[in-house]
Design a protein around this ligand. Structure first.
Ligand SMILES: NC(=O)c1ccc[n+]([C@@H]2O[C@H](COP(=O)([O-])OP(=O)(O)OC[C@H]3O[C@@H](n4cnc5c(N)ncnc54)[C@H](OP(=O)(O)O)[C@@H]3O)[C@@H](O)[C@H]2O)c1
Length: 312
């Protein structure tokens, strides 16, 4: 960036659960400064978000060349494990090939890429995981994200990967997050006419608020803007371990419903999932980057308007 120019960020996938939180954080925190954020979406493109299909490589190249951003945040992905398992070609096209195109273009333009990845690159057998731990994904989603990380960093070693665990945050549909998606079953189970709701009590998760991740990403962008670029692999995670059974009990308490929940102590998902992928966040914490909101406070805020939430 030359003196007098604005620091330009391309936010790819700004319409998703995480992308919306990043857009909100950058708008409120950076609005007064000399930054410009250009958001993209595919299905949910609108007046705020440029339409960009990552499967159209020519369009991706044209968009980036015209914008010439200083930084590119990639929050677009296929992140549903069952969809990736059933359609590995789609997972690869979005999570690997599209990222390769962005990486090559970014390198040519001198733009810094910050790409979001997942704790599912690990098998969950030996937590906590540091950024240099050996990945061993158990499912097609984790494998595609790992392949994307590798393609990005091979093409552009200055780029950065931010791995995250289970996310939750402001939502437009219960199923946007595996945290809020538990709510309808929790509420149904409180009706005496309905059977108890089974909830996974096998896997330990670290639910992480999208607004906190957005603050982390703002911190990383600010580092880059002042010439202290963060490269390679980084992790960010909430620090409250809980199973989905624990999450469901907390949601029931917030909603004040007498839920009938049954703990399931063996995995039942069709797609294999890791047991405990606790990510060590020390690398970013050492740089003074990070924010954690307590789960009970955050979920109470998110469910405050229940049941006036758009139905799925
Ligand atoms: N959600 C989690 O619990 C979780 C956990 C760990 C890591 N992550 C990672 O965090 C990142 C964000 O996830 P998320 O939960 O925010 O995902 P999401 O809510 O499913 O949003 C996906 C985003 O990708 C965009 N997109 C999908 N296909 C596209 C295409 N062909 N071209 C352009 N854009 C496309 C969507 O745009 P439209 O909707 O406008 O089409 C949307 O903006 C992903 O990298 C994911 O792997 C998520």
């Amino acid at each position: 960036m030359r003196a007098g120019e604005r620091f330009t960020v391309a936010l790819i996938g700004a319409s998703g659960l995480l992308g919306r939180a990043i857009a909100g954080e950058l708008a409120s925190a950076l609005g007064a400064k000399d930054w410009r954020v250009v958001q993209t979406a595919r299905g949910r493109a609108d007046a705020r978000r440029v339409k960009l299909d990552l499967l159209d490589h020519d369009a991706v190249r044209a968009f980036l060349r015209e914008l010439a951003p200083d930084a590119i945040v990639v929050a677009a992905a296929e992140r549903r494990p069952d969809v990736c398992e059933n359609d590995p070609a789609l997972a690869r096209a979005l999570n690997v090939d599209a990222l390769s195109v962005i990486a090559a273009e970014a390198r040519m333009l001198g733009a810094w890429v910050l790409s979001i990845s997942t704790d599912y690159v690990f098998d969950g057998a030996a937590p906590p995981y540091f950024p240099d731990a050996t990945p061993a994904p158990l499912n097609a989603y984790g494998q595609s994200k790992l392949d994307g990380e590798r393609a990005l960093l091979a093409s552009d070693p200055a780029a950065c990967v931010l791995r995250l665990p289970l996310l939750y945050g402001p939502f437009t549909d219960w199923n946007e997050s595996a945290v809020t998606s538990l709510t309808p079953a929790i509420v149904r189970s409180a009706d005496p006419a309905n059977p108890p709701a089974p909830m996974d009590a096998w896997a330990t998760r670290y639910p992480t608020l999208t607004c906190d991740v957005a603050a982390v990403i703002r911190g990383m962008l600010e580092h880059h803007a002042k010439g202290a670029t963060i490269s390679g692999i980084t992790h960010w995670s909430g620090d409250e371990p809980m199973t989905k059974f624990d999450i469901a009990r907390r949601i029931a308490r917030v909603l004040n419903v007498d839920a009938k929940l049954v703990a399931q102590h063996t995995p039942t998902d069709a797609t294999p999932r890791p047991r405990d992928c606790h990510l060590d966040s020390g690398r970013l914490e050492t740089l003074g980057i990070g924010r954690r909101t307590a789960f009970d406070i955050a979920i109470a805020g998110l469910l405050a308007n229940y049941p006036d939430v758009p139905d799925q």
